[in-house]
Every structure is written in structure tokens, then in C-alpha cells.
Design a protein around this ligand. Structure first.
Ligand SMILES: [Zn+2]
Ligand SMILES: [Zn+2]
Length: 143
């Protein structure tokens, strides 16, 4: 578990500026999800930071939310289509595209998940912890 000192506040916004985001307990670890749904959503792997639950969006009216599975939903800007979050319904935890944030100092590419769904045509050179979908579900105690 990370301690509070490992987290900080970061600000970001969508491409058109209609939605601004403030994340107050953001860590320094960047993850990639290679799952089929994320790649269809983003056009490539989803590069995200775990923002926990202490996160604020303005204006909420500019956000459309797609109910993508029984356990999660995905938000995007109604005007420019920028992806804003993957949110777990049970906990309210937000995974936010790292590219939204203004300051990327100190971020470390740490983990890749659903590595078993990664297509063969690309591969990151970074040394990361790689988990299959099954390993990820086990870590969260689900299945
Ligand atoms: Zn926008
Ligand atoms: Zn995914």
C-alpha cells in the first residue's frame, strides 16, 4: 500500500477545455491496460493513473457516461470526446487517462494488465509488472 506522502494533487482537462479534473490522491504509477474493451475504446492500450475516489470534475454536465460492464463505466467529454475516466461502480475508484494531466513529472510506468490480450503488433520496452486478466482478478479477490 502507498502512504499518503506518495500521493499529490494533479490538474488536467479535456481537449476542448469543457471538462476540468482535479485529482487529490493521485499516485506516481502509470498503468497500461491491453484488454480488448480498452483498446476498442481508446484505439490502443489505455494508459492510466489510479486516482482513487478523491477526484472532482467540472462541469459534470459536459460528461457523458457509458455503462461499459456490470462493474464499470467510462466517461468522456460530450463536446470533444476526450476519455475522462474508467470508474468502478462498487468503489467509485477512478482510473484516469494519464494524458489529461498537465504535469507528468515523477510519473513511472509501473504495470501492464491484461497482458494476455495484448496484440502482437506492439510491445512496450519499459520494465514493468505484467499481469494477465486472471491474475488481476485474483488480486482484487473477484473472479
Ligand atoms: Zn472536451
Ligand atoms: Zn482494459
Amino acid at each position: 500500500m502507498s502512504s499518503a506522502s506518495d500521493t499529490r494533487t494533479m490538474n488536467g482537462h479535456c481537449l476542448c477545455g469543457a471538462v476540468r479534473v482535479t485529482a487529490r490522491e493521485i499516485g506516481n504509477k502509470v498503468g497500461a491496460c491491453h484488454c480488448t474493451m480498452c483498446r476498442r475504446w481508446a484505439g490502443g492500450p489505455f494508459l492510466e493513473v489510479d486516482c482513487g475516489t478523491d477526484i472532482e470534475f467540472a462541469d459534470e454536465d459536459n460528461i457523458a457516461v457509458f455503462n461499459s460492464s456490470d462493474w464499470a463505466e467510462r466517461g468522456f467529454c460530450r463536446t470533444c470526446g476526450t476519455h475522462l475516466f474508467y470508474r468502478l461502480k462498487g468503489t467509485g475508484q477512478h482510473m484516469v487517462p494519464v494524458g489529461l494531466f498537465e504535469n507528468d513529472a515523477g510519473l513511472v510506468f509501473d504495470t501492464q494488465v491484461f497482458i494476455d490480450e495484448k496484440p502482437a503488433y506492439y510491445e512496450f520496452a519499459n520494465q514493468t509488472t505484467n499481469l494477465t486478466g486472471e491474475e488481476l482478478f485474483k488480486m482484487f479477490g473477484g473472479g
